[in-house]
Design a protein around this ligand. Structure first.
Ligand SMILES: [Zn+2]
Ligand SMILES: [Zn+2]
Length: 117
């Protein structure tokens, strides 16, 4: 009767290691998939915007009011400056509860709101 030898894995942990490697590969693929999907979406979104005649939003898209963060226009959001030199749109300056510069809190009057071109 042969002796029953206990089963010895020649390389214990190799199965587990392989499983981990496989899992890592899958994570890597999933990541690549997501990246390419995001890139595709970005391109599609950008071209859709361009087709609609909307330019892509940029960080440095000209001056904007630092109170309402809207770009200046020639209507209600006319770019204005105060005697302290800070700028804001006309709508924000005239709509302030107190006549204080929104940046340095210097007092001003409506006559001191200078409209810029
Ligand atoms: Zn504003
Ligand atoms: Zn100011």
């Amino acid at each position: 009767m042969p002796a029953i030898l206990p089963y010895v894995d020649p390389d214990p942990g190799s199965q587990a290691k392989k499983a981990v490697e496989d899992a890592e590969k899958h994570v890597e693929w999933a990541k690549k998939d997501r990246e390419s999907m995001e890139a595709t979406l970005k391109i599609a979104f950008g071209s859709a915007l361009r087709q609609m005649g909307v330019s892509e939003p940029k960080e440095d898209e000209g001056p904007a009011c630092n109170v309402c963060l809207e770009g200046y226009n020639k209507e209600d959001r006319h770019e204005c400056t105060l005697h302290c030199g800070h700028r804001s749109c006309h709508k924000c300056l005239t709509g302030l509860p107190e006549k204080l510069c929104p940046i340095c809190r210097k007092e001003f009057t409506n006559e001191q709101i200078i409209k810029l071109f």
